[in-house]
Design a protein. Structure first.
Length: 262
């Protein structure tokens, strides 16, 4: 691999008549917001990883609620500049379908809305890695796998599309692990973690781990982890695969022709 030439890279940003070319649209990470200070720290760490992967790309942060900067303030600071909003959410639901588009529509920035981070194989890879970090064995024999299972703990939503996305993520993780993965929810949907654990036990799966399908630490993630009968993985956090997934959603959105505000 050859090292990049800074002067050559700079020349690409200048037109033949000496004017500077416009840079790519800003990438705005859209977090939900949390009263848990660890959530903001985690999202900022993820933002830094994204910046490391794409030097020169303007990467910003905005929250739907609870934390500053709020998305409305981040969009206001952009003025009428173009931006791609990448929700740090793991399925479709009210925030993706209503809250974020409404905030974008009220702004002067020209925005595109990317898909949520899940479902996607990079999300499943992060879930797998977090389970291994928590103690999930990578060399289990067939007898052990026959008695093992995983509960995929997510926030929950009344939107059926959200449940469908979480089930898809569970299938991707199950394919990676070779054991059943049952979705469970902290609120607004069923089953609960406890109910999912009992369902797996009824199938002879008594060695049950919990995979934390949360972007960052918070009340729901803590609540679900406390109900785990065995190991519980950490939230997704600033895993490198999550940073790659953010950039994938950004690029994907740029390849579409739909803007949410003009």
């Amino acid at each position: 691999m050859t090292a990049s030439n800074p002067s050559r890279d700079e020349s690409r940003l200048v037109t033949l008549d000496g004017r500077r070319r416009p840079g790519p649209p800003a990438l705005v990470l859209v977090g939900h917001g949390s009263r848990d200070p660890r959530a903001l720290e985690t999202v900022r760490a993820l933002m830094e990883r994204v910046r490391e992967l794409r030097p020169g790309l303007s990467v910003r942060l905005g929250h739907i609620e609870l934390n500053e900067p709020l998305l409305t303030d981040t969009l206001a600071a952009l003025g009428d500049a173009p931006a791609v909003l990448v929700p740090l959410l793991l399925s479709r639901g009210y925030h993706v379908k209503r809250d974020i588009p409404e905030m974008a529509a009220a702004a002067t920035a020209r925005t595109r809305l990317a898909a949520p981070l899940g479902p996607h194989p990079l999300l499943a890879q992060t879930l797998y890695d977090r389970l291994v970090e928590a103690g999930w064995p990578t060399d289990s024999d067939e007898a052990t796998r026959r008695t093992s299972g995983v509960v995929l703990a997510a926030a929950g939503s009344r939107d059926p599309d959200s449940a469908a996305d979480t089930r898809r993520t569970a299938r991707l993780l199950a394919d990676r692990l070779g054991v059943p993965v049952v979705p469970a929810y902290a609120s607004a949907a069923t089953p609960t973690v406890e109910t999912a654990v009992r369902a797996l036990a009824a199938r002879g799966r008594h060695r049950v781990a919990l995979a934390s399908c949360f972007t960052a630490p918070g009340r729901f993630a803590t609540q679900c982890a406390e109900a785990a009968p065995w190991i519980a993985s950490a939230p997704l956090g600033a895993h490198e695969a999550m940073a790659h997934l953010v950039l994938h959603r950004y690029t994907e959105a740029l390849e579409t022709s739909v803007t949410t505000a003009a």
